[in-house]
Design a protein around this ligand. Structure first.
Ligand code: F6R
Ligand code: MG
Ligand code: MG
Length: 366
């Protein structure tokens, strides 16, 4: 029987600004899923990263299942009521549409799902990022699935020798899903050419070319495309199956040592380094820095093991210090040049109005 992992995450309100959800809110959402998920889902895990609550469901209903999506939607709606009662900031922020239409994709919450036949043992990773957008995973995925400098398994393991297929989405196209399929290693330069533009081209899925099995699923919907204007950075989630025919856990984690610069940070309008943090971490400095957490699990007969916190190890303290340095270096140049995003990516419209006004004040000297 096939197993499905569904992550559905939303920002439905937080304490002290866009920092973290309250304990009561998390407890309330947990209880809602516990009470209403029976007979539908087999197991679940709830956590937060920054101001976002992520629900990980394990079930046998397949991807895009209406009942499973509705459970998450209703849990977030119920949570929004609680958040409003508590006076949490930004209550219901990511629930952009009023009525549930069968699938939460395109409604505001971020979704990543994978369906597969369980291997005898099935390890996987669940990433959640805050104060950034889905392109933040482009570089770490490229390095883990296509670069032997980070993934020696590509050279050493007979199970990965054929490489991986990348499905990449043009997230600026809003009429439907515009996808290109490219194969590593043959199409490496084409893949890199697309992935350099993290705001437009986003890895959605990766498949083993040895077996055809799905390895990766990333949430790709962009809140500003859904809402017509920006309501917040998209704060992406991702599922990655690991070991055996796929890269090892440590190979998938390795690129997070870089702390590469991503879009997001304060007001979703800046560039900051992605910091690997422990599960259930808030954000802080300059509403950031952009953060990513990682739960490692095994799933067996649709039941989750306890999670391991993949970034809770002394090794990552050094990386966090390094990333802190990179954040401060970039922040030292304030709004100038590379520190702030280009117009099209600014989360706040104020500057656009200001530029229109200034445009009218310009005079051409003859
Ligand atoms: C970024 C984010 C925050 C807010 C900032 C201002 O995604 O959520 O950086 O943009 O705190 O928030 P408002 O406009 O709600 O006062
Ligand atoms: Mg928020
Ligand atoms: Mg968030």
């Amino acid at each position: 029987m096939r197993t499905t992992l569904s992550i559905i995450k939303a920002d439905i309100g937080s304490v002290g600004g866009h920092i973290k959800p309250s304990r009561q809110l998390l407890q309330g959402v947990r209880e809602f899923v516990d009470n209403n998920g029976k007979g539908l889902i087999d197991d679940f895990c709830i956590s937060y990263t920054g101001d976002d609550i992520a629900l990980l469901f394990v079930h046998r209903k397949g991807t895009g299942n209406e009942d499973v999506h509705k459970l998450a939607w209703d849990a977030f709606l119920d949570g929004t009521k609680m958040a409003k009662e508590q006076g949490l900031y930004g209550a219901g922020q990511d629930l952009l549409k009023d009525a549930f239409s069968g699938n939460v994709k395109g409604m505001g919450p971020a979704v990543a799902e994978i369906e597969f036949e369980e291997r005898p043992n099935e390890p996987f990773l669940f990433f959640a990022a805050d104060k950034t957008d889905p392109g933040a995973y482009n570089l770490p995925l490229f390095l883990a699935f296509a670069d032997p400098m980070f993934c020696p398994g590509l050279m050493l393991s007979p199970k990965m020798g054929k490489g991986f297929k990348f499905n990449i989405m043009d997230v600026e196209y809003t009429e439907g899903d515009r996808i290109i399929e490219l194969n590593a290693p043959e199409d490496l330069y084409d893949i890199a050419s697309l992935l350099r533009d993290n705001e437009r081209f986003v890895i959605e899925n990766i498949y083993s070319r040895e077996t055809g099995e799905i390895a990766v699923s990333v949430s790709t919907s962009r809140l500003h495309n859904i809402a017509g204007k920006y309501t917040g950075k998209d704060d992406p989630v991702m599922l990655v199956r690991v070991q055996g025919n796929f890269p090892a856990t440590g190979e998938v984690l390795a690129p997070y040592t870089i702390g590469h610069y991503v879009a997001g940070f304060m007001r979703g309008s800046h560039v900051g380094p992605l910091m690997p943090v422990k599960i259930n971490s808030p954000v802080s400095y300059f509403d950031g820095p952009p953060v990513v957490s990682c739960h490692a699990f095994c799933v067996h007969e649709c039941k989750l093991t306890e999670p391991v916190d993949a970034f809770d190890h002394p090794f990552w303290d050094y990386v966090r210090d390094k990333v802190t340095g990179k954040a401060i270096e970039m922040r030292e140049q304030g709004f100038s040049g590379a520190a702030m995003l280009p117009y099209s990516e600014l989360e706040y419209g104020g500057i656009v109005e200001r530029m229109k006004k200034l445009d009218r004040q310009f005079k051409i000297r003859t």
